[in-house]
Design a binder for this molecule. Structure first.
Ligand SMILES: [Zn+2]
Ligand SMILES: [Zn+2]
Length: 399
């Protein structure tokens, strides 16, 4: 099964795939509620001859050869975001307050395109390839990837790959790196309890607003004063709420925010110092700090061999000058981390930025997936099939 042969099937499929993408875009669904999306994907897979089975409630797993152990797996995410769509698209979201603003409609379409090519070439492809359609990447109930892994989605799989469109990188470029590529996330929720009273009588109060202001500033020193010049973490307070009016010192103030990091030692250090700073500022200001700190997705780590495989495919698909690791790792987080923690894998970015303009970023209300990435994403995954499947079979990992 040669790469050129696989690629030759793509062009004839693109128009139909674009129609699928626009249909998915029109009907966005949130994490673990992708019921229509699941049935659209299932129907398409069944039409192609697959026998998909549900996983993680609203996800699906499809094997090219049901009777053989899976060697390679590819993953797409299915869910949309709770954002209002204002773009005047012909395929605009029909649901108020819900839209595909991360491009998962495009990722799902790419994997359906890969499914279509593989189905056509099934007799020439001896190894089993597993397609993972994952629900709830955007964080609902801890995400869908962890559940799929727990349900055994990767049992027997030797390598797993995933991709994401990324408007901050120029269209036509592929970005990948070995090691950490996306961050571990911790969320915090701090309630500062003081003593409220009249705004004219601060001496009778313990002011949680002033304590909160001190704490916001002190938390900024976690990165600037606790880490070396190389940094490697982000601490952001995203919400600070307190008080009701001008002449009352409130009882409480509430701060919420996020910590992003890439290395276990740095994560441990930041979290330890975070707790100490909260304690210390609260004590200094005479208020009580109730700190709730919980872990989100872990760091997404690319296996060096798998990252190299992506790089080699990309160099042939987009050209060597358009492949690299600039701008990586990214401080966003991704539950593909659970897949690549379970078996060797790599996650990579397809640039989607337009020259001379600021392309709306993922999660922006004006974002839309760039359909030109459909054939590019297919070439990347199919290139990995062409390169990695023979290698894994030669290793004696499969039939
Ligand atoms: Zn997203
Ligand atoms: Zn996304």
């Amino acid at each position: 099964m040669r790469r050129e042969r696989l690629f030759s099937e793509i062009e004839g499929l693109v128009a139909g795939l674009r129609t699928i993408r626009h249909d998915l875009h029109r009907h966005p669904e949130l994490g673990f509620a992708e019921h229509r999306t699941q049935s659209v994907v299932r129907a398409e897979l069944e039409r192609l001859g697959y026998r998909p089975r549900p996983s993680a409630e609203t996800g699906l797993i499809a094997d090219l050869h049901d009777d053989r152990p899976p060697l390679l797996a590819f993953r797409a995410d299915l869910d949309a975001l709770p954002i209002q769509e204002d773009l005047p698209l012909p395929y605009r979201s029909i649901h108020d307050g819900r839209a595909h603003k991360c491009g998962h409609d495009g990722h799902t379409t790419i994997l359906l395109g890969v499914a279509a090519v593989l189905a056509r070439m099934k007799d020439e492809i001896p190894g089993n390839i597993r397609l993972l359609f994952q629900p709830a990447e955007e964080g609902v109930r801890g995400g869908g990837a962890r559940v799929m892994v727990e349900e055994g989605a990767l049992v027997g799989v030797k390598e797993v790959y995933g991709l994401h469109n990324w408007p901050a990188f120029p269209e036509g470029e592929v970005r990948v790196t070995a090691g950490p590529i996306m961050a571990a996330i911790h969320r915090f929720d701090i309630v500062l309890r003081g003593k409220g009273g009249h705004g004219s009588q601060p001496q009778l109060c313990r002011d949680p607003i002033v304590a909160g202001a001190q704490l916001v500033t002190a938390l900024q020193t976690l990165v600037s004063r606790e880490l070396s010049h190389q940094g490697g973490a982000v601490v952001s307070v995203g919400s600070f709420q307190a008080g009701t009016t001008d002449n009352i010192i409130p009882e409480t103030a509430r701060l919420k925010g996020t910590i992003r990091s890439f290395e276990p030692e740095i994560t441990a250090r930041i979290l330890e110092r975070f707790r100490a700073v909260c304690r210390g500022v609260a004590e200094a200001m005479g208020v009580q700090a109730d700190v709730d700190l919980h872990a989100g997705y872990p760091v997404l780590v690319n296996d060096p061999g798998c990252a190299q495989a992506v790089r080699e495919v990309a160099e042939r698909v987009v050209g060597p000058g358009r492949v690299g690791g600039a701008g990586l790792p990214i401080a966003a987080s991704e539950d593909f981390a659970y897949f690549s923690a379970a078996v060797p894998g790599a996650y990579f970015f397809l640039g989607a930025g337009q020259p001379g303009e600021e392309t709306p970023m993922c999660h922006h209300p004006n974002f839309d997936f760039n359909d030109r990435l459909i054939p590019l994403g297919m070439e990347m995954f199919l290139g990995l099939v062409a390169d990695r499947l023979p290698a894994l079979q030669a290793r004696g990992d499969g039939p």
